[in-house]
Design a protein around this ligand. Structure first.
Ligand SMILES: O=c1[nH]cnc2c1ncn2[C@@H]1O[C@H](CO)[C@@H](O)[C@H]1O
Length: 537
């Protein structure tokens, strides 16, 4: 062997050793022909598009002081890349991939805003108002407010833009849209006004609100605005249906969705806000069963394993108030054991209460769980921060000590070698939300995201969309795409490993899990074969 050959061998060996802990290491060690072929097709497609779609075609020696061509690169900021992404061959391939489970999504932000608006417009009881008549000069600075009024109390007011509109008056939603003034672009202008309030746009994320705290102010306002649209039973039941069906369309076969139980009641068909949490679950169960029955009729029952809910409330409540919620969650779990998967506290970690502030009610909850023999695990958000040793970063220690089954986000986990080791040993997977982290300004783009650090340390992850209606990353294809573009080590088979892990680290019972994995493996194999064939075309 000559010196070069020997060097190359040592080089290969070092790379292998360095990558030995990776979550995909054992799978990559021996590939079937089908796996190897699909992997090669995806890598080749990515390489071509890295140039043809995401390249600038310029060398670093081509300096032009007034260059204004757009700044494109693989894994670039999602909101400016989105349209281009959807046109790529790679995206179209990934769209067909069986994704496994979606383990981290806040139900309030899971239905496309166009669809939500359409559902709301069909409800005569849904009203909208603004603090003053809307004009070209105030519309951008004004947020809509929605409310369901009781049948006897419908408003006769007809326009938000007419000179007769008195600020604060309710207008039926569909009428406010029909009468929206031409100077504000009529009904289309109305739709855009509502949609702007429910989503984050690129100029906010990358311009005016380019810091975690500023973008969270916008982000929080989207939840306040959409609440009254969603938590009206006639809409809610259609909303859930839409969420489940659109997830199936994206190749997701199982979901654990976080539901915000902060508000104690939802508005019923009579316009009264009086439906308690258990009614929500009764409806949820009904919608889920209807969908399962329809799928079965169509011979598609294998496309949906199920949907479970993670009980959440928000980290601004007092520790005393938390006791009400933990008791509520325990009661719901006892009544609907098949529907409730876990318990979590959500909201902006940087500014709200850390887990340690709730340690009394949380340990009391653990005792109560034991007494009642109820299996209701913690699945905590923790470490969704840029901080190092600050309160949200310290949430990671508490989440782990409290026995969390998974970690939501865990963005700062890579700073903690001991905690990563514990995650590895105890099988605590991290719900990584790549696009969410980028839009909420923790990372400027995907190449700067810490995901490869977790993967290289052998910490298991599942990729998640978090709040797709607000970010525009509906389904899981966008998150899988961004991750694939941002690493040369990660390939299709790594994505497959993430999908497999999303089922393995779900809260499904052992038997359900084995069944779900079996179905996924079957679809995965068909998908790999299909990808391979596209390489022959
Ligand atoms: O990424 C996140 N981290 C923490 N909390 C979140 C995130 N996305 C949404 N919510 C919280 O979930 C509630 C709706 O269910 C919202 O109030 C929002 O604050």
């Amino acid at each position: 062997m000559d010196a070069t050959q020997e060097y190359l061998q040592r080089r290969d060996q070092l790379v292998r050793e360095d990558r030995a802990l990776r979550v995909d290491a054992s799978r990559l060690a021996s590939l079937t022909d089908i796996e190897a072929k699909a992997e090669a097709v995806v890598r080749a497609t990515r390489a071509v598009e890295a140039d043809s779609v995401w390249g600038t075609g310029k060398s670093i020696f081509d300096y032009n002081p007034i260059d204004s061509t757009p700044n494109v690169f693989p894994g670039m900021a999602f909101l400016t890349a989105r349209e281009t992404v959807t046109k790529t061959k790679l995206f179209q391939m990934l769209n067909k991939m069986p994704k496994g489970a979606l383990l981290h999504a806040h139900l309030d932000a899971t239905v496309n805003v166009d669809v939500l608006l359409k559902l709301a417009l069909a409800q005569p009881a849904m009203h909208v108002r603004a603090p003053a008549r809307l004009t070209t000069s105030n519309i951008v600075a004004t947020l809509p407010e929605f409310k369901v009024l009781s049948p006897g109390a419908f408003s006769t007011s007809s326009s938000l833009t007419d000179s007769t509109y008195i600020g604060g008056e309710w207008v039926p939603l569909y009428r406010a849209r029909e009468t929206f003034d031409e100077s504000l672009e009529g009904p289309v202008g109305f739709d855009n006004w509502v949609k702007r309030a429910l989503t984050i746009n690129p100029s906010e994320a990358y311009g005016t609100h380019d810091s975690p705290t500023k973008i969270w102010a916008k982000f929080s306002s989207t939840f306040l605005t959409c609440h009254n649209l969603i938590y009206y039973l006639p809409i809610w039941q259609q909303y859930i249906r839409e969420f489940i069906l659109s997830s199936i369309d994206d190749g997701i076969s199982y979901v654990e969705a976080r539901v915000n139980f902060l508000y104690k009641y939802m508005t019923g068909p009579d316009g009264l806000e009086n439906l308690p949490h258990r009614e929500w679950l009764i409806i949820f169960d009904r919608v889920l069963n209807e969908i399962k029955a329809e799928l079965k009729e169509q011979g598609r029952q294998d496309e949906l394993i199920g949907v479970k809910l993670i009980y959440t409330t928000i980290r601004f409540i007092t520790p005393e108030e938390l006791e009400w919620y933990t008791e509520d969650a325990l009661a719901l779990k006892q009544e609907f054991p098949h529907l409730i998967a876990g318990f979590d506290l959500v909201g902006h970690e940087d500014s709200l209460k850390p887990l340690i502030d709730y340690i009394e009610p949380l340990t009391k909850f653990m005792r109560r769980r034991e007494e009642l023999g109820v299996d209701l695990p913690f699945i905590f958000h923790a470490g969704e921060t840029l901080g190092d040793g600050n309160a949200p970063d310290m949430n990671l220690y508490d989440a782990i000590l409290l026995g969390t089954k998974r970690i939501g986000h865990g963005y700062s986990l890579v700073k903690h070698p001991k905690l990563m080791e514990i995650c590895r040993e105890k099988g605590i997977a991290v719900e990584v939300c790549p696009i969410s982290n980028e839009i909420l300004r923790l990372t400027s783009s995907m190449p700067a995201h810490p995901l490869p650090i977790l993967v290289n340390h052998g910490v298991h992850v599942s990729l998640c969309s978090d709040d797709p209606a607000v970010f525009g990353n509906m389904g899981l294809t966008f998150d899988f795409f961004q991750v694939l573009m941002a690493s040369e080590v990660t390939g299709l088979l790594t994505l497959g490993e993430f999908a497999r892990d999303s089922i393995k680290y779900s809260m499904l019972e052992d038997e359900e899990k084995a069944y779900a994995l079996g179905l996924w493996e079957k679809r995965w194999l068909e998908f790999l074969e299909w990808v391979g064939r596209t390489g022959d075309e």
